[in-house]
Design a protein. Sequence first.
Lengths: 115, 116
Amino acid sequence: ETGVTQSPTHLIKTRGQQVTLRCSSQSGHNTVSWYQQALGQGPQFIFQYYREEENGRGNFPPRFSGLQFPNYSSELNVNALELDDSALYLCASSSGLAGVELAQYFGPGTRLLVL
Amino acid sequence: AQSVSQHNHHVILSEAASLELGCNYSYGGTVNLFWYVQYPGQHLQLLLKYFSGDPLVKGIKGFEAEFIKSKFSFNLRKPSVQWSDTAEYFCAVNVPATGTASKLTFGTGTRLQVTL
């Protein structure tokens, strides 16, 4: 059984650019959540995808968007990058809606630096 | 808004000392509770979880946590820490988000440093 994988591991972009981060969920998991972890902070919920639909969203602007594919992998897209977007982006997967008694399992993250 | 508080930001212990990390949450409804650990250079790993039933839950590597509903607390404990327990520990609460999703709300983390 493979765990959650993310790519790339590191990324450097400049302000105003766009970025796409990718996540493959753990085998058997159909729900993917994305989190942003700034330095010295706990992860902050961005949004969740379930069966290819956005299923809930945290307090992030619309320039943060995502997709989920039929194989349950997911992308996080960020447009018009700002310096404050520099963070570790984490993907977590779970088997079904996380509102039920299910745990989320995290990938290693993508560290994004915006210059 | 829901929140999770971890009062200890940095804890330094000698090997074999006992550990207790505090976690309090503010949410009046039913919650699922978690502790995650992040070892240096590694990703977040689930340490233990509470959904219902016995409020004393046991996790991996000898860790346990006790859910005290009246205190809105879910403190993490280990009787005897090892140097390899050096890591950052995050308490998290699963609460309803927008739509039908639930999100994990994390505390700011506690950095544990175990000295030999």
